[in-house]
Write a protein that binds this ligand. Structure first.
Ligand SMILES: [Fe+2]
Length: 375
């Protein structure tokens, strides 16, 4: 028996933020960062929460750590919220997930957990994962719990309207990598395939528009919805070595997660697909799945082999249209420094939890070879 879990009530489209007014009369703890706490968006959210008693915990910083979570739990325990509302990109959402889950264990009843993403990419509003930094062990600790799956996700394009192009590109390409990785991951299913296919179709069509024309709100809306669909896909299907490698590199070099994924993705598709013969019978099951995904995104090729190559090329072109670098040196990291770190990065990627979801077994030398390609 397999599971496809769907828990989150997804409220989308313009005006979706207004549904916060149903929290009138309740105690609402908003978890966010210092920048968003003073933004016009927060004023809109506060207005929608007009009838509620609101406390804002705004001490979340990038890569939230155990201390941030611990002080959030203190606020939670003092305030005893009926609802927790996370507002932000991956960091405030991850911090809120950890606060809700750890504080909930000691609370009398679980508060409702609402997530309002302000970037279109991580899919965190539809997943049961969070990553918290632990300064003591100098590591990032992945947390997973069903209680981290939000009860409600509010996808209002108003929340991403002012996201700068670089952020739109980095986050959007993270979503692209979620869709492609989930499509071939070991736990994929007909259900996760449906979300991955549609997410990738929407992203290929609308992400370049949202990047070039940030005020195109129709494009913003499609990209925002697609990122959540990709999150629903990978929350059930798993991910693969694009994320293993990206986690390892991101722990050592300050390059955004989605930018790394875009750089790595074409090489991982080529690796996972294996040698591409000319007839369908010569392609591996994984290569045939990539070929089918190519067909879904309108790759113009008549053979499965051509569709795999076309999918790789489309991923490259999409990243190029978003002005992404194709190498670490292009991303500002000295080649020699990156090459020195290669063995350590490959080893870390091998032990990353996403490696188990990759459709093809990998060894440390495979990972080093992929890393060498992006030096
Ligand atoms: Fe990701």
């Amino acid at each position: 028996m397999q599971h496809f879990r769907v828990k989150t009530d997804i409220r989308y489209g313009f005006g979706a933020l207004a549904s916060l007014d149903e929290l009138a009369g309740q105690r609402v703890l908003v978890v966010t960062d210092g920048f968003l706490a003073n933004s016009p968006l927060m004023a809109t959210i506060r207005q929608a929460l007009g009838g509620a008693t609101v406390e804002v915990y705004d001490r979340v910083t990038a890569n939230p750590d155990t201390a941030t979570v611990a002080s959030g739990i203190v606020v939670f325990q003092r305030f005893k919220p009926h609802a927790v509302v996370a507002v932000g990109g991956g960091s405030p959402i991850d911090a809120a997930k950890a606060i809700v889950t750890l504080a909930e264990a000691e609370a009398d009843g679980a508060p409702s957990f609402i997530v309002i993403p302000t970037t279109s990419g991580s899919g965190s509003e539809a997943t049961s994962y969070a990553v918290i930094s632990d300064p003591a062990s100098q590591s990032k600790v992945p947390l997973t719990s069903e209680s981290m799956l939000p009860d409600i996700a509010i996808l209002d394009p108003e929340c991403v309207r002012t996201a700068p192009p670089k952020l739109t590109a980095d986050a959007g390409l993270d979503a692209v990598s979620h869709a492609v990785e989930a499509y071939v991951a070991n736990d994929h299913s007909d259900f996760s395939d449906a979300f991955a296919e549609k997410a990738l179709q929407l992203l290929c069509r609308w992400l370049p528009v949202a990047y070039k024309q940030p005020d195109d709100l129709a494009a913003r809306e499609r990209v925002h919805n697609a990122a959540t669909m990709a999150g629903m896909a990978f929350n059930n299907a798993g991910l693969g070595i694009v994320h293993s490698l990206s986690h390892a590199i991101g722990g050592l070099f300050p390059v955004p997660h989605g930018r790394l994924n875009a750089m790595i993705l074409p090489h991982v598709i080529a690796f996972n697909a294996g040698p591409l013969g000319w007839g369908p019978a010569t392609l591996t099951p994984c290569a045939l799945r990539y070929a089918h995904l190519g067909l879904m995104v309108d790759v113009k090729a008549t053979t499965p082999r051509g569709r795999v190559l076309g999918l790789i090329e489309d991923c490259r072109k999409l990243a190029a249209r978003l002005d992404m670098p194709t190498t670490m040196s292009g991303a500002g990291i000295a080649k020699a420094e990156f090459q020195r770190a290669l063995p350590r990065l490959a080893e870390a990627a091998l032990h990353d939890r996403c490696t188990a979801g990759n459709p093809v077994a990998v060894g440390v030398h495979d990972l080093e070879a992929i890393l060498t390609k992006i030096a």
